[in-house]
Write a protein that binds this ligand. Structure first.
Ligand SMILES: [Cu+2]
Length: 138
């Protein structure tokens, strides 16, 4: 193999890897997105919704101005469902930071369907914050 051919092969491999990465990201659909001051918090998953049972999802934090990812340090996500005549049903997510800053992979389990009050909090070198929004569990 000449040096030139090797370069072309390597280029093709890198391009394929890049396209595959992009394809994976494009496969995710938005569950919910919420602006919190200068940040945008977005929940994504393959189906674009949370359902009863176990759910894998991705939480992304980006700058509202630049659209660039923002590393907000430690993130937690908790949900609550108001139930008439009983204590609210609570469910928290397990979140771990991804290789990409500002991107976290999570799992959460819902015992039933219905509207959830979702609370996301973060704390890190860039400061602390929190936001609340509603997600309907199908
Ligand atoms: Cu419930």
């Amino acid at each position: 193999m000449t040096r030139r051919t090797m370069g072309a092969v390597l280029g093709a491999v890198l391009m394929t890897a890049g396209l595959m990465g992009a394809a994976f990201a494009d496969d995710l659909k938005v569950i919910q997105t919420r602006k919190a001051k200068d940040l945008v918090i977005t929940l994504l998953s393959e189906s674009g919704q949370w359902t009863q049972g176990n759910n894998d999802f991705v939480l992304e934090v980006t700058s509202a101005k630049t659209k660039e990812p923002v590393d907000v340090g430690k993130v937690s996500l908790n949900t609550s469902m108001a139930m008439p005549g009983m204590a609210p049903m609570l469910a928290g997510a397990t979140l771990s930071p991804d290789k990409t800053p500002g991107r976290y992979t999570g799992t959460i389990n819902f015992a039933d369907s219905g509207a959830r009050q979702v609370s996301v909090t973060w704390a890190g070198p860039a400061g602390k914050g929190s936001t609340k929004f509603t997600v309907s569990v199908r």
